[in-house]
Design a protein around this ligand. Sequence first.
Ligand code: NAD
Ligand code: G6P
Ligand code: MN
Length: 467
Amino acid sequence: MKQYAVTIAGGGSTYTPDMLEMLCLVREHFPLRRVVLYDIDAERQSHIGRFGEILFREYYPGLEFFYTTDPQKAFADVDFVLVQIRPGGLAMRELDEKIPLRRGIIGQETCGPGGFAYGMRSVPAMIELVRQIRRYSPEAWILNYSNPAAIVAEATKRVFPDDFRLINICDMPISIMDIFCPLAGGRKRHDIEPRYYGLNHFGWFTAMYDKKTGEDVLPEILAKLQKGNCDRELGFSGKNDAYWNFTFRHLEKMVQDFPHSLPNTYMQYYLYPRTMVAHSDPAYTRANTVMDGREKRVKQYCDEIAELGAIRGTRFDLDQKYSAEPKRGTDGGFESATIAHNDAHATYIVELAMSIAQNRNDVFLIITENNGVVPNLSDGMMLEVACRVGARGAEPFRLGCAGAFEKGLLEGQYAYERLTVDAALEGSYQKALMALTASRTVGDAELARTLLDEYISANGAHFPALK
Ligand code: NAD
Ligand code: G6P
Ligand code: MN
């Protein structure tokens, strides 16, 4: 079997250790010759790099591993680049969230004004990163998680229109499936082929087909969500933090109000902004939870292993933590890596890379250009939809027309996203003002101007210059 070279850009990400362990778990199925971590922050990445050295030495004999801040070393002769960068870091995420929340407006990583500010940083950083990768590996597959994925995807479509090896993805619908598919007779995500459409963090499941029988089991799932108290059957509250428990329970409320489809959890910010603001603390936002939780936990995990100098035979032993041979689902899904406690994240991107490498044409939700997939939505819209993905890239399944409710919401959101990308690419204050005004989470031009000016001063050189 061919052996692949993989680089993780954003090597210092809190999600990297899970990905590295996942790559070890699937070594029989997706053999690698080299793994490289790349980051612009050498110190942050070094903690994960030292963990990686021990991990691969013990669990992947013969594999070359190193970590670097040099793009040439990182991207030369590479087959897959898995991207998870956060321009401005969690420190800027905190400001993204707090600036609007102080004024009673949604303060969130990717939704509303916070997503706008994050987008203004991510668009130039991602374009520069893709250019660097393409300089050294014109045919590498770039599988991107970096947020805000909707805005990043709109920008990469415009700057790299023919680059079918550049694929933007999100793990949220996958996590939703992991958690809620069991409501349909105990099925697992890998038993189901979904139909879903929308912009990233702004979409709906319209069907969930049982792979064996073709039966649509979504109505069964929706009926249970409508009744409520699904946690009794699913027990997700034992596995997630308070934010995610609130969010997964809120899905029941959304289905009770709009029972015809299963929304992405992020719809809560657009459909219930008042509830979400009331539920937020402007002095301690999600960024604070992540900095005090996942970020510390991951660093501590890596540092403890570096101090021990070993994983095998210690309490971190992978053979204890995971079953010796990774459990394969019916279509090759793997059990999850769990350091970051985001079960789907590492699994999903590795499954995607394998489907491409082996031309398996499995079905994934991918953010791709509409062009008639949903005929009554804008052609250029970057839709998140079910696609077959193999060696030729992503091929979407056509869907029917969007209903008036979804179409109206999506076109409004897409106008905001396009204007944000315009603002970032053109350096236009006017477009930025239009973007924030168009966002249904702001909806007031005076407020939009105030938020924009506050973001410009908080971001300094992180933002493109706006004239
Ligand atoms: P993090 O801050 O811990 O990690 C991001 C890393 O990227 C940092 O080490 C940082 O130094 C590095 N970085 C920043 N700019 C860079 C650049 N230009 N080039 C190379 N490296 C750069 O963040 P995290 O919480 O681990 O999340 C990582 C990213 O993954 C974020 O963009 C997050 O929003 C995204 N994410 C997306 C999904 C999804 O569904 N699409 C899911 C989870 C996380
Ligand atoms: C989900 C979303 C990601 C988002 C993450 C935030 O996985 O799909 O796009 O980045 O949640 O999680 P956090 O724990 O950082 O708030
Ligand atoms: Mn996402």
